[in-house]
Design a protein around this ligand. Sequence first.
Ligand SMILES: Cc1cc2nc3c(=O)[nH]c(=O)nc-3n(C[C@H](O)[C@H](O)[C@H](O)COP(=O)(O)O)c2cc1C
Length: 311
Amino acid sequence: MAGEIWDYFDRLLADCELVIDRPKGSAHPRYPQFLYPLDYGYLAGTRGGDGEGIDVWLGSRGERVLDGLLLTVDLVERDAEVKLLVACTEAEMQIALDVSNAESLRGLLLPRSAPLNWLAQRRSIRRFQPEPVPRQVLERVLAAACWAPSAHDRQPWRFAVLHTAQARSLLTEAMAADFRRDLEADGLPVQEVELRIRRARQRVLQAPAAVIVCCDATTLDAYPDETRQAAEQIMAVQSVAMAGQNLLLAASAQGLGAVWMCAPLFAPQAVQQALSLPTSWQPQGLVLLGYPAEQPRPKLLRPETEITVYL
Ligand SMILES: Cc1cc2nc3c(=O)[nH]c(=O)nc-3n(C[C@H](O)[C@H](O)[C@H](O)COP(=O)(O)O)c2cc1C
């Protein structure tokens, strides 16, 4: 019989009568202080880990759809069970999980669709604790960056890891000259120019680690016409940006804070020369990394109606 485990559970759910014998708010027959936070019942004509019908948590979504499984083990009952989470929102699945992690019971949630809220945990962090980032952690984060998609699978990303204060100092000195030139060209007063340079320098120097993310121009295909060549360059840069996003997400998943800074884009040759990078390595950004020393402010997302059209 073809189909994956979710399909098999779907069939069981479709074929069997769902009996809710413990409605939301009712008390547990043996532990009356426990009130069911959701409808709870079983599938008639089935047998679960306790020898009774397979247990079901029923949520409020309306459709009779399997949204997840809850694995439980009870050291007092000495049994293990699989409970079905039917028509449950993410919050309801969490409620079912919470009540399955009490007393002698432990539970593990297997949601049917991968939860996405972890993506919202990544935020730009600009202040760091002084402790260094271990080399193995940096290596894991960079390895994760390399799983990004890339045009022609050319993997054009290159990383210069500045894990010594000396390397970061070399970088800031090199970028400061170009930054000063640009600010003076904007007509800013000298004091303001110096203040901005000092702030930028401090920001980089106080980060325990930094990575210059580059695009290697030798990986690009060559075209006779400007249009295709420009598109090829954009594709390579887009690929590097995807690796950059992987890097930021991986850092966040490792408990690190990070921010992408655009400064190297405005001083590419100075960066290459100061760090002795190959001339084909086009600096795209600077990622500062370290253990967070700030809590980012809540972020407002643009409304879906403004950013998406369904056609
Ligand atoms: C291409 C790019 C360039 C950025 N450059 C800078 C920068 O130079 N300095 C800085 O403090 N943040 C920089 N950021 C971080 C953004 O300010 C930040 O992502 C944005 O404010 C949203 O906040 P969040 O990352 O916490 O969601 C940059 C982000 C991107 C994607």
